[in-house]
Design a protein around this ligand. Structure first.
Ligand code: ATP
Ligand code: MG
Length: 420
């Protein structure tokens, strides 16, 4: 085993690419913060029961992909495979839904874990930014979330993505459809595993990617034809609101998504540059989830966008984010005395809010200037014995190469003004 190798299916975020991840998380959360969503953070693990009930025993996520374990104290826990169940659990525990201000709107950002077959865009540790609006049934809320995700992607400069939209019906009409679909599927030539799925979660069969399955699905009953009037009206309103906002979407009647808890509105964001891992994000309404985990009826809607795949999508489109250099001033001391003085200047700059760094390790001028260059800082401060004797430092404009003496007493305020 190579001891420097990250575990299979994982990778490290390291500079400079890690800055892109931060920028993507920031860009996705910005429209949420601006729309009444408050930040929530839950533990990286939960009682395994929460996901078994909340995500569903029949889903791949719970049955195959979950990192479940027993602690030394005998607790049955699981690393969180997704965010919605945890966020709802946290809202219920804190009684946020009783504060009289529904919907409770929350956003989150974090790491998620699924034991999947690693491939491009599919990892065992990945990160999501998500949003949940808990406790209200209102098509405008579904529309809001779809519009905000679209805004987030666009603000990053992504263009080659599509929004797929469907309705999964509710507890009135979905069971009727489910039975009709089951009757159809039972007559097909399917393998053992898929037959089992027909009995537990028949809608998932529609989502089967294999062509031998897809071929047999022609003529399958479609949910659209079974939607009750309330679901139809709700869906039409969601569609109308998104359309009015100028957000393009495609109706995809086969979109069912991998989680058991979805009702009515479901949607997925797919990107053309990602090969088979094309989903950059997804979500929908989950009116029954609260009750499934033992809470009161709380119709809710949410989404989760994958940060890793969003970064891959940006790379596929050749979008380069405008990430300003982390350092504005790089200080290069020549000699012991200069080291003490410039270190003090750097400290002062930082306290004044100027991003500053310092040449450590007693490098010579050439090596230190190389580092100054690499830092991307627009300014360098250089000082030697003679400068100090005169009470000045050399301020170098790294782009033009121009250099001049600046009095030590005013260098911080001058740099602060230049960089404002
Ligand atoms: P897929 O169909 O690709 O497995 P999913 O339906 O399981 O996706 P969700 O549970 O809806 O995905 O999660 C939302 C987003 O999180 C996905 O659109 C994707 O961007 C990201 N995501 C999910 N699983 C992974 C993974 N294993 N590696 C990287 N990103 C992931
Ligand atoms: Mg999946």
């Amino acid at each position: 085993m190579n001891t420097f190798q990250a575990p299979r299916g994982t990778y490290d975020l390291i500079p400079p690419r890690s800055a892109v991840f931060l920028a993507v998380r920031e860009a996705i959360s910005a429209p949420l913060k601006n729309s009444g969503y408050g930040y929530v953070e839950t533990p990286g693990f939960e009682n395994v029961e929460l996901f078994a009930r909340g995500v569903g025993e029949s889903t791949d996520i719970v049955s195959k992909e979950m990192y479940a374990f027993e602690t030394k104290g005998g607790d049955q826990l699981a690393l969180r495979p997704e965010g919605t169940a945890s966020v709802l659990r946290a809202a219920l525990e804190a009684n946020l839904h009783k504060a009289g201000n529904l919907p409770v709107k929350l956003w989150y950002s974090g790491s998620y874990y699924r034991y999947e077959k690693p491939q491009a865009g599919r990892y065992r540790h990945f990160s999501q930014v998500g949003a949940e609006a808990i406790g209200a049934e209102d098509p405008a809320l579904d529309a809001e979330l779809i519009i905000l995700a679209d805004q987030a992607y666009r603000s990053l400069g992504l263009r080659d993505f599509r929004i797929l939209l469907n309705s999964l019906g509710d507890k009135e009409c979905r069971p009727v459809y489910r039975e009709a679909l089951q009757a159809f599927l039972r007559d097909l030539d399917l393998d053992e595993d898929t037959r089992r799925r027909v009995e537990i979660n028949p809608l998932r069969v529609l989502d089967d990617k294999r062509s031998e399955v897809q071929k047999q699905l022609t003529g399958a009953p479609m949910l659209r034809d079974y939607l009750c009037d309330a679901c139809k009206a709700y869906h039409e309103e969601v569609r109308a609101l998104i359309t009015a906002a100028g957000v393009a979407f495609e109706d995809d009647e086969k979109l069912v998504r991998g989680l058991d808890y979805y009702t009515r509105t479901t949607f997925e964001f797919v990107h053309g540059g990602l090969g088979s891992q094309s989903a950059v994000g997804g979500g929908g309404r989950y009116d029954g989830l609260s009750e499934m985990i033992g809470g009161p009826a709380l119709p809710s809607v949410g989404w989760a966008l994958g940060v890793d795949r969003t970064v891959l999508a940006l790379e596929a489109e050749g979008v380069v984010l405008d990430i300003p250099a982390a350092t504005s001033v790089y200080a290069v001391p020549l000699g012991e005395e200069a080291r003490r003085v410039l270190f003090g200047v750097v400290t002062e700059l930082r306290r004044a809010g100027v991003a500053a760094d310092f040449s450590y390790g007693g490098k010579g001028l050439k090596g230190a200037m190389k580092n100054a260059n690499r830092s991307g800082a627009p300014y360098a401060l250089v000082a030697g014995e003679r400068d100090l004797a005169e009470g000045v430092v050399q301020l170098k404009d790294m782009e033009s190469g121009e250099q001049r003496s600046v009095p030590l007493e005013t260098v911080v305020s001058e740099l602060r003004a230049k960089l404002a």
